[in-house]
Every structure is written in C-alpha cells, then in structure tokens.
Design a protein around this ligand. Structure first.
Ligand code: OGA
Ligand code: MN
Length: 282
C-alpha cells in the first residue's frame, strides 16, 4: 500500500495519507508509522470507517491495547475499546463532559499508556476540537531558570487529586511525607526521556499532580501553574478539527491534550477509544 506521511503546519502532528486501517499493517509499515508517531507526536488518519473490532486490530499493529479503568464506558462486545461520549450524565443529570482541562492520559498509573487512539464515530457539525500541546518543544523552549528548577524534580500524581476541586485545607490535611508518597503513591519525573527517541519532554498533568517532591502544596500550585502556562502557550499548541472517520493517535509521553465542548450539547459527540501500554516514565 503506497502511503505518505505529511507533517501538519504548526508545532506537532502529521497526516498519514493512503493507508486503510482495515488492512493489517506489515511489520515494515508498522515500524515506519511508529517512528513517524514518535517524531510527530500526533498522527491523523482520515476517512477510516472501522468497527470497534477493526479499530482494535489496527491498534494492535502499533502497540499493546490495555484495559481502561472506567468500565461503564466499555464497548460491550469489545471491552478493550471504550466510548468517549458527550451523552453521559452526572448524578444530577447535568452533562458529564470529560477532558476539558489540559492533561495527559492516566498519569496516576505507574505505567501510563504511551498512546491514546480515538476514532470519530459521531460528531457535532462544528466545534468539539481536540487540542494538543507539544511537551518536547515546550521543554526545549523552557526559560533557563525554569529548566533548572525542574531538572531532577519529581511530581506526585493521584487520581482523585483534581486540583480544581480540592481545597487548600483538604490538601494540607492529607499531606504525606515525601518518603510516604514515594512508598505508596505514584511519583513521576517532571522531565521524562522518550523511550524510543531519547528526547526529553515536560511531563506534567495539571489535573492530577498533587504536589512536587520536596515542595509544599502552595509552592507546588504556583510552579504547576507556571509550567502549564508556558507549556500550553500558542507556540506549542494545535487543534484537531474532527471529521467523521478520523482516527487520531497521540503520544502521552510528549504531549498534553484537552477537548473544547464549544458546540450545541444536543448534538452527539461519540468516539471510540483505545489506550496502548507504556513504560514507567524515566
Ligand atoms: C481522551 C480525551 C478528548 C476528546 O479520550 O483521553 O481526553 O477530544 N479525549 O474527546
Ligand atoms: Mn484524555
């Protein structure tokens, strides 16, 4: 199959043109796609029309799909594929819209997924873009003083730790020592080295970092805000405007992402989602 990898204008992303993901990738093509993926951080395949099973088969050519923790969102006949839907409701009946703030997927796990794959199944007529930020470039462009501060720094990630909803008192009350956090929590470096490219990236999760090792909650909040503001600046970001049939694959090791729910919520937005196993960040 003849195909082409066309880098998108902007700080990250490439479109893979001419591959039908229904057809199994040869080992050679899979290796080339994986290299392009590591280099470009986001890959876009347009005009794919895949069942959950076919999406899974395509993902298996690129990595090892892993089970996702929110079991209510799994596709029943194909549990390695889950839904991302804007039709979910909270207990009060309000729309439950996930992924609005910048994050990298599942950083509260010891071995977070290296990649996430979304397939656009049903989309609003316009809007609902997914935004990506290039953490490799953001690291390269860190101002010297900030680069120095994050060198060798570790962060504590936790699932229930949405900094947006946790009060300062709450954070203080359950403060564990650095040693306890290292023993019981999930601690990842703030600068990680890509296992395939050897390049360095900022690895933060503005939604899930509890605090930095050696720092209290308030100083951590300030540093996290400073890093996030830098890392999500215009020079590093790109929005993917969805069309039905798109498959988008992103590298959680070297990007942040968020979705913008700027469309009529009466319109359905449904994706199929697969995550690919990754190593512990180093
Ligand atoms: C995700 C996610 C964003 C989107 O699936 O992890 O953040 O655009 N999705 O739906
Ligand atoms: Mn996400």
């Amino acid at each position: 199959m003849a195909y082409e990898i066309k880098p998108l204008p902007g700080p990250l992303g490439a479109e893979v043109v001419g591959l039908d993901l229904k057809t199994p990738l040869s080992a050679e093509v899979a290796a080339a796609i994986n290299r392009a993926f590591a280099d470009n951080i986001v890959l876009v395949f347009r005009d794919q029309d895949l069942t959950a099973q076919q999406l899974l088969a395509a993902a298996e050519g690129l990595g090892e799909p892993m089970i996702q923790h929110l079991s209510q969102f799994k596709v029943p006949e194909c549990p390695l594929v889950s839904y991302v839907s804007n039709q979910e409701k909270t207990d009060t009946g309000a729309p439950k819209l996930l992924g609005k703030a910048w994050h990298t997927d599942h950083s509260f796990q010891r071995e977070p997924p290296k990649a996430t794959m979304l397939h656009g199944v049903e989309l609003p007529r316009q809007g609902g873009d997914t935004w990506f930020a290039n953490m490799r470039l953001a690291y390269e462009e860190l101002p010297g003083a900030l680069k120095h501060r994050v060198e060798g720094l570790d962060a504590i990630h936790a699932y229930r730790e949405s900094r947006e909803i946790m009060s300062r008192d709450e954070r203080g009350a359950e403060m564990l020592s650095d040693e306890q956090e290292r023993a019981t929590g999930i601690v990842h470096p703030v600068v990680r080295t890509h296992d395939e490219r050897g390049s360095r990236s900022i690895y933060i999760n503005p939604l899930r970092i509890k605090r930095f090792i050696g720092m209290g909650p308030d100083d951590s909040t300030d540093l996290l805000a400073e890093l996030t503001a830098h890392a999500t600046g215009d020079a590093f970001t790109h929005a993917h405007a969805w069309a039905r049939g798109d498959v988008v694959l992103w590298d959680n090791r070297q990007s942040l992402h968020r979705v913008e729910h700027n469309y009529d919520l009466a319109e359905k937005r449904l994706m199929h989602r697969i995550i690919l196993k990754g190593d512990a960040p180093k």
